[in-house]
Ligand binder design. Structure first.
Ligand code: SF4
Ligand code: SF4
Length: 311
């Protein structure tokens, strides 16, 4: 992936009133672009740093306006997915004329000031709940300069700031540009065996592991929250061997709390709207929401190994 650190990201969404992305009520800023390529990514629209065209068939009222305006004849009722992606040049003219929102541009250009302006109206809710702003994605650390500017502005308004990260970043730049402006970091540890991490997430995990250790030292020194998190993906991350390996790694570092995240299969539907190849489509194990039994099995392993499981 090209070096994006100095570039302005596309923003996928600014989601207010979130209760799932840190303490209290939060506004979550989703960045577009990620260095990993997890096969189960629950936000597939966040992987590609470039803008994308989404088509949602149930919303289409078949008015034909998009077919009339498309300069590349990329839209056809005869095409199985309606959008012939190989012909589409991503001009987004069709999204301007679509009356129902069936065709949508995914990813918008914003300045840090514009992002903050959308977040600040919720500050009264942050103040009463202990919430704040969360940077998520995708991977905000792909855009160090932009994220740093946004965090510094948020801090000037007294907002609690949290980052959700895959841990795959340049550590010196992170410590210089982002770390000083963060109160808390939620840090993904998905797969402990590096070859399996590469197979399922696109890159080996040594950098992620090394960054976690360095951040843990800094967070302990500075009294910041560093919460490791593992998504329970059926047959990939939720096996006993992997969960024991994560727990052993953490307890070896003296960490006694970590989150386990229930699996969410809605990414299949999101992939379909974007025309993203989904090799796991139709796999029954990957099509159901994570159940309580699976979560409880993971929690039991963590407790047995001295880790207090949250989530
Ligand atoms: S984005 Fe442009 S080229 Fe692609 S389908 Fe829409 S109008 Fe056609
Ligand atoms: S403009 Fe929108 S509603 Fe009309 S045919 Fe195209 S996708 Fe469907």
């Amino acid at each position: 992936m090209a070096n994006l650190a100095a570039k302005r990201p596309l923003i996928l969404e600014i989601k207010g009133n979130s209760l799932d992305d840190g303490p209290g009520i939060r506004s979550v800023v989703f960045f577009k672009g990620c260095p990993l390529a997890c096969v189960w990514c629950h936000n597939p629209e966040s992987r590609n740093p470039a803008a994308e065209l989404a088509f949602d068939p149930p919303k289409c009222v078949d008015c034909g306006e998009c077919r009339k305006i498309c300069p590349d004849r990329a839209l056809s009722r005869n095409h199985p997915e309606y959008v012939a992606r190989s012909k589409c040049r991503l001009c987004f003219l069709c999204t301007d004329v679509c009356p129902s929102g069936a065709l949508e541009r995914v990813g918008r250009t914003m300045t840090a000031a514009e992002v903050l302006a959308e977040v600040l109206p919720d500050q009264p809710f942050f103040d009463v709940s202990g919430g704040g702003i969360t940077l998520s994605g995708g991977e905000p650390t792909l855009y160090m300069d932009f994220a740093s500017e946004l965090l510094r502005m948020a801090r000037r308004h007294g907002l609690h700031a949290l980052l959700e990260t895959c841990g795959c970043f340049d550590l010196p730049r992170f410590m210089d540009l982002l770390y000083p402006h963060l109160d808390a970091i939620y840090y993904d540890l998905k797969i402990m065996e590096s070859a399996a991490h590469k197979a399922f997430c696109g890159l080996p995990n040594e950098r992620i592991i090394d960054n976690f250790k360095a951040l843990l030292t800094a967070a302990r020194r500075d009294g910041k929250l560093l919460l490791p998190r593992t998504p329970l993906v059926p047959g990939i991350t939720d096996g006993e061997a992997n969960l024991r390996a994560v727990a052993a790694f953490l307890s070896g570092l003296g960490v006694n709390q970590a989150a386990l995240l229930a699996y969410n299969p809605l990414w299949h539907e999101k992939s379909r709207k974007l025309g993203i190849d989904d090799p796991l489509k139709g796999d029954p194990a990957m099509s159901a929401f994570g159940d309580g039994a699976r979560l409880e099995r993971g929690r039991a392993i963590y407790r047995e190994m001295g880790i207090d499981p949250t989530g």
